[in-house]
Design a protein around this ligand. Structure first.
Ligand code: CA
Ligand code: CA
Ligand code: CA
Length: 229
């Protein structure tokens, strides 16, 4: 019996240690919400200590929503996600080449939410020469669709994604725009993910009867007709 208890405790300890090891490194969330919009901010305006992601990435919590950010290369091999807080005006980057801890060509950031969200907008910091800059230019992609960072690096009046991206996982990449497409002003993005805004709590559309309701209504009419004849 003693042995059984001992092995039981050992198993529990193993489970607990496994669970703590499987948790992402807690990042610093600059959290804000307005209406049904929740914004996860990752950049600091004053210098703080960087947070280096572990094997499970970086974890953020805001407005009851949990977000995990992991990094990999284009071949799906693990990379270290880093929340660069020193020097300030940065955000989430990916350690290693290219561009040090900047997020750049061939580096992938995977955003995983613990509930379904609609990706409303993204802000970025960076650009060739000064990645710690609130302005940004170059190209980035969300689930394969390309966007100009300059257009998406604006405050509330900046471009949003509308309701194009709904889900729990979003894959952010930096395509090599200068090699694979020709733009008049071709610059690949290098910098940081400054913030992510999501919308939650979408109600299903009302006023449209569901098919089962329609069927029951139809059967009811049929019954009524039969009764009357
Ligand atoms: Ca740093
Ligand atoms: Ca990098
Ligand atoms: Ca910015």
């Amino acid at each position: 019996m003693k042995k059984l208890i001992k092995s039981g405790l050992a198993l529990m300890a193993l489970v607990i240690s496994y669970q703590s090891a499987a948790a992402p490194m807690t990042g610093v969330t600059f959290c804000s919400s307005m209406g049904d919009e929740t914004t996860f901010g990752f950049a600091s305006s004053t210098s703080q200590t960087d947070v280096v992601g572990n094997a499970e990435g970086l974890g953020f919590s805001c407005n009851g929503i949990n977000l995990t950010i992991t990094a990999e290369d284009s071949g799906g091999i693990f990379r270290t996600a880093r929340q660069d807080l020193a020097p300030p005006i940065a955000g989430i980057g990916v350690d290693g080449s290219p561009q040090g801890d900047n997020w750049s060509v061939g580096e992938v950031l995977v955003l995983t939410f613990d509930q379904e969200v609609s990706l409303s907008s993204l802000l970025l910091n960076g650009g060739p020469g000064d990645a710690h800059s609130d302005t940004a230019y170059g190209w980035f992609a969300v689930d394969g669709d390309w966007y100009n960072a300059a257009d998406y690096d604006q405050a509330a009046d900046g471009n949003g994604f509308g309701s194009m991206f709904i889900g729990t996982t979003f894959v952010l990449t930096v395509p090599d725009g200068c090699r694979t497409r020709t733009f008049t002003d071709c610059k690949n993005f290098e910098g940081y993910l400054e913030s992510v805004t999501v919308v939650t709590g979408d109600e299903p559309p009302t006023g449209v009867p569901e098919p089962t309701t329609m069927l029951m209504f139809g059967l009811g009419l049929l019954g009524l007709t039969r009764f009357r004849t």
